[in-house]
Design a binder for this molecule. Structure first.
Ligand code: AP5
Ligand code: MG
Length: 192
């Protein structure tokens, strides 16, 4: 099993690159943002609770997302490996993920951290907000709040995995294909 965390701020291209990576490597894509949006669409109690938090650009509680990831790991016993997108976002989530994976006798192979400037992130998300229907993309103050939440609570996740020598920074600006090849070359080095 080879498990990857695709790490980076809001708008850094995690979702875009995840689609290509799961196709290339046959991994199971686990995006907590997508899982939460699906709960909202189905109007579950969890979705109703998460919506107002997401609309403010803040993180939903650790136990909520860890519970969703735990169920998704259970539901995919046959997976060749997992690609985590938008998770973990706090040190508590990282520690919980490491425990869940060790119960399956596996671990994170690499953390690929996309590097994109703040101005580029804001421009990408405002642009996506024109068509995405994502309520957290429509105004700049919510986009800035998501980036601040990332700086305050999520950048430490990279420090956490750095102590195990697992973090590789990858330039997240350029064409989608250029970034994809840079990611693949880092994965190939470690998978073999
Ligand atoms: P989540 O859904 O994870 O959103 P995010 O991290 O804010 O990031 P995005 O999905 O907006 O961006 P992305 O990096 O996937 O980039 P994308 O490929 O789409 O989280 C949403 C909310 O859910 C959070 O705010 C929080 O409330 C909650 N949540 C989720 N996970 C949580 C957790 N673990 N703990 C607590 N709360 C959690 O690209 C963005 C745009 O740029 C697109 O339009 C794309 O077409 C474009 N683009 C992509 N690549 C390029 C490129 N190379 N050049 C130009 N444009 C590009
Ligand atoms: Mg995404």
């Amino acid at each position: 099993m080879f498990n990857i965390i695709l790490f980076g701020p809001p708008g850094s291209g995690k979702g875009t690159q995840s689609e290509k990576l799961i196709a290339a490597y046959g991994l199971k894509h686990l995006s907590t943002g997508d899982l939460l949006r699906s709960e909202i669409a189905r109007q579950t109690p969890l979705g109703l609770e998460a919506k107002s938090i997401m609309d403010r650009g803040q993180l939903v509680p650790d136990e909520v997302v860890v519970g969703m990831i735990s169920s998704a790991l259970e539901a995919n016993p046959q997976a060749k490996g997992f690609l985590f997108d938008g998770f973990p976002r706090t040190v508590a989530q990282s520690e919980a993920l490491d425990k869940l994976l060790s119960l399956k006798n596996t671990a994170i192979g690499v953390v690929l951290a996309l590097q994109v400037t703040e101005e580029e992130l804001v421009a990408r998300l405002l642009n996506r907000g024109l068509t995405s229907g994502r309520s957290d993309d429509t105004n700049e103050s919510v986009i800035r709040a998501r980036i601040k939440e990332y700086q305050d609570k999520t950048t430490v996740v990279a420090d956490y995995y750095s102590q195990f020598d697992k973090v590789v920074n990858v330039k997240g600006e350029g064409t989608v294909d250029e970034i994809f090849s840079a990611l693949c070359s880092e994965i190939d080095k470690r998978m073999s």
